[in-house]
Structures are given as C-alpha cells and as structure tokens.
Design a protein around this ligand. Structure first.
Ligand SMILES: NC(=O)c1ccc[n+]([C@@H]2O[C@H](COP(=O)([O-])OP(=O)(O)OC[C@H]3O[C@@H](n4cnc5c(N)ncnc54)[C@H](OP(=O)(O)O)[C@@H]3O)[C@@H](O)[C@H]2O)c1
Length: 274
C-alpha cells in the first residue's frame, strides 16, 4: 500500500521514481513500467532532458491525472523571474500536462534574488499551473530566510539522504516547520547494495539492502524517497520495501553507520555546513 505525506495541499506519495541520468529512450519504458507497477510519483527536472519521455509515458499509461504526482525542477541558471516562467512553460509542454504537482528550484545560487524567485513561483501556484512549490539542495540558513523572512509555503526540501549521510540539522528544521524532506540518492547511487551491515539486516528479513535503506528512510516522520531504477525488477523491489518492517535494533545499527559520505557535490553546490 502506498503511503502519503500531506503538505501544502498536496498528497505526496512517499515512494517515487527518480529519473536522473535516464535518457529519453530509456526513460519512456522505465516510467511506463513504474506506472504499471503502481508508482504514482515521478521525479524529473528540466536538466534531466527527459521530460518529453516522462510526459509520453504518462500519456500512454492512462492513470487518472488526480492520482498522479509529478515533480519537475527549474535549473539554477534560470532563476530570474522571466527565465523561471519560460522554463516552467517549456517543462509543462514537454510533460504534456495541464499542471504540475510540485515545482522545485533545483539548486540555489549565490546572489539569487529569493523574494523575486518566490514571487514568481507563487504566481505559478496562484494560477493553478503548479499545485505546490518547493526547493532542493537548500541549506539551513537558506531555509530560514525562505520560511521565516519570505514566508513561502514550501512543500518540501529535496536533498541527498541515505544511511551513509547525516542530515540531522536540516531535517530537524524541516520537521519543526512540518516541511517534508524528499530524499534523493536514497540508495547512495546504488552503494547501499555493497554494505555488509545493511546486507546483514536484509538477510534477517529476507529482504535486500536497498529495501532496508528505503524502509529506514520512510520510517522517519515527514520523509519521502525517490530511488531511480530503470529495471522493472528493481522498481518492484523498491515498492516492496513499503511492506518491510524494521525493528529498533535494525534502526540503531543503521543510525550508527558512518554518515559522512555525500555523493552529490557539484562545483556550484552551496556550502553545506553553513
Ligand atoms: N535535486 C537534486 O539535485 C537531485 C540530485 C540527484 C538525484 N536526484 C533525484 O533523485 C533520484 C535518485 O537518485 P540517484 O538516481 O542519483 O541514485 P539512487 O536512487 O540512490 O540510486 C540509483 C542506482 O541504484 C540502482 N538501484 C535501484 N534500485 C535498486 C535495487 N532495488 N537494488 C539494487 N540496485 C538498485 C539503480 O540501478 P538500475 O537503474 O539499473 O535499477 C541505479 O544504479 C534521481 O534519479 C533524481 O530524480 C535529485
């Protein structure tokens, strides 16, 4: 059974499908397969260059639109108001949708004009073109500004989060404002499959390390996860993680894993520990 988070008027399925590094020819069948298996949350971005394929897969699947959650993101070079609007229009057209469920700022930049950005994002929301707005890769000081000074209704902060990375400061802040954390790279880009500790817990439950990692994330209040998988077996396995039950000892052991392994840190990333 799919589990949901309610945030800023939308119902976010806690498990979604990531589509980064899926070129269109791979993305189309992968999203079709995921929708057929029961995924109802698809995560794409302007930068992934696969929104057209995501849109075609959605059109082919015939899932009722109101049962589907689609997130897309505007790239950090397009954060001026006119560029946001242009990017949004292009994404919506490629996705072949009338509206998007969640529109995110993909990365912050130094010198971004936060009030102007959020005025533009809110305009898209007021016009009903996106049901909700949010951010990705925002640090604690940035979140404070957006939430406490600008008062923007953030539906999430999408950040890297998995058993090998600590996100306690940002997560605590998000919890205190009831803002979901959407975990990207929830499988540490596949590295969870090589971890003996996760394997040991998986063996105990007749599960896989990927499923253990996903259940550990989704057991946390206000956390969603968007594992990427192009293979139907892995897509199904990741859905099955929802049926797994971890115990306190499992959680204690996973919490004690080394948590300093950030995998996504491009040159334009913010200073994470600010
Ligand atoms: N906002 C941002 O800046 C940002 C940054 C990075 C990622 N993201 C989003 O987050 C999504 C997920 O992150 P990610 O794709 O980087 O990494 P990930 O989901 O942690 O890992 C994906 C890798 O794990 C493999 N995998 C998936 N399910 C598996 C399973 N059950 N067993 C074994 N291996 C499995 C996949 O292989 P197969 O495909 O072959 O199954 C793929 O190689 C992205 O696709 C994207 O949508 C957002």
């Amino acid at each position: 059974m799919m589990e949901y988070l309610t945030t800023q008027g939308i119902q976010l399925p806690k498990l979604g499908l990531g589509t980064f590094r899926m070129p269109e020819d791979i993305c189309l069948p992968a999203v079709e397969s995921a929708l057929a298996l029961g995924y109802r949350h698809i995560d794409t971005a302007q930068m992934y260059d696969n929104e057209s394929a995501v849109g075609s897969a959605i059109a082919n699947a015939g899932v009722p639109r109101n049962e589907l959650h689609v997130t897309t993101k505007v790239w950090h070079t397009n954060l001026a108001p006119e560029a946001i609007l242009r990017s949004f229009d292009t994404s919506l057209a490629k996705l072949k949708l009338d509206y998007i469920d969640l529109f995110l700022v993909h990365w912050p930049t130094t010198g971004m004009d936060l009030p102007a950005m959020f005025e533009t994002l809110l305009r898209l929301r007021e016009e009903g073109r996106t049901r909700a707005i949010g951010v990705a890769n925002f640090t604690l000081p940035m979140l404070r500004t957006v939430v406490e000074e600008i008062g923007a209704p953030l539906a999430c902060n999408q950040i890297e989060y998995h058993p090998f990375l600590d996100q306690t400061p940002v997560y605590s802040y998000l919890r205190s404002h009831s803002i979901p954390l959407v975990a990207y790279c929830p499988l540490a880009q596949g590295k969870v499959t090589e971890d003996p500790v996760l394997q040991h817990i998986a063996d105990k439950h007749n599960a896989s390390p990927a499923q253990v990692a996903l259940r550990w994330l989704l057991d946390q209040d206000g956390v969603a996860a968007i594992p990427k998988s192009q293979r139907a077996e892995s897509q199904q396995a990741n859905l099955n993680a929802l049926k797994l039950v971890l115990d306190d000892e499992d959680r204690r052991v996973i919490n004690a894993l080394r948590k300093d392994q950030r995998r996504v840190n491009p040159p334009f990333a913010p200073h994470w520990d600010a």
